[in-house]
Design a protein around this ligand. Sequence first.
Ligand code: ZN
Length: 342
Amino acid sequence: MSPAEKIVAGIDLGGTAINYTFLDERGQFLIDGLCEHPARSVEGPDVCLGQIADGLAIAAERAGVPLAKLVAVGLDTPGPASAAGVFSRRGSTNFVHPDWAGYDARAGLEARLGLPVTYLNDGNAAALWGHASVFGSENTATSVSAIIGTGLGGGVIVGGRVVTGSHGFGGELGHVLLPYTAIPGIEGLVPSCNCGRTGDLESLCSLTAIRRSLLPHFLARHPDHPLAADRDIAAAATRVRGLAERGDAMCREIFQVQARALGLFFDEMINVFDPAAVFVGGGAVETGEAFRSWFVAEIRAGMPGQREEQADLPIHVIRDGDSAGARGAALDAARLVREQGL
Ligand SMILES: [Zn+2]
């Protein structure tokens, strides 16, 4: 088999959906957009891994990829899980079946498929895709990515490699504390996080932050706003991004706070890692170009003055958000193939 015929797969396993992609040795993704199936994770690992194996065959047929060419698979999932892909014994909101507790998802999939499997958490995988989309898949660049979703995930890539950490918590960027009282417009707000911290990045920049802190704070100041009539604060929170994109002043303020929090956060990362670029991704920036540009400008406006050498640091938006996890997982599998000569 010639080298160009080797293929790796990326599998993004979420609580409700599985997303597949394939990557060839020239670095070309063989599936455009989304190849997604509902996930049967509520039925436990045995059923779910069987479903992944079946779905891989379907996805391969759709992409015109003979499975015989598959040499490795990258898996990514939401945490909490170890760097090696073992789910927390305490369970997970995305994987509620009791058999998932303490389950080694990487080894389980490897045994099921009979192929080497690599593991990343979903934030790290999306960060790796964002990084590679700018710097290429073989690079030694350093970057920091923040992925804004229900929570705040992300990843740190140093010298082209994902920092997974000693216990799998590398790149848990959401729980980095910020000097949040420097952010204008939230005087008096005490933003709390599920982790017990006050004023970390996730407590100010996530869908959960909007529902729990930012929307109640701003609605108290704008009692006549249409969202004040919505009794379901969780549903109202999901409408903030769309309203902000359409120019609603209060919802823009909420996104401005999130951007300013990111500005403070990236400033901390710049002083730790001196990255070549920073990235922002996730549902919050799955918007039109005009809103994305405004949001990035607000992030930059929230950053303290930088050294001359770092002042032009690029802030990129991660594209292909829905398939970012699967693509990053595939890139990690490709790294294994390169390093181990599979
Ligand atoms: Zn936290």
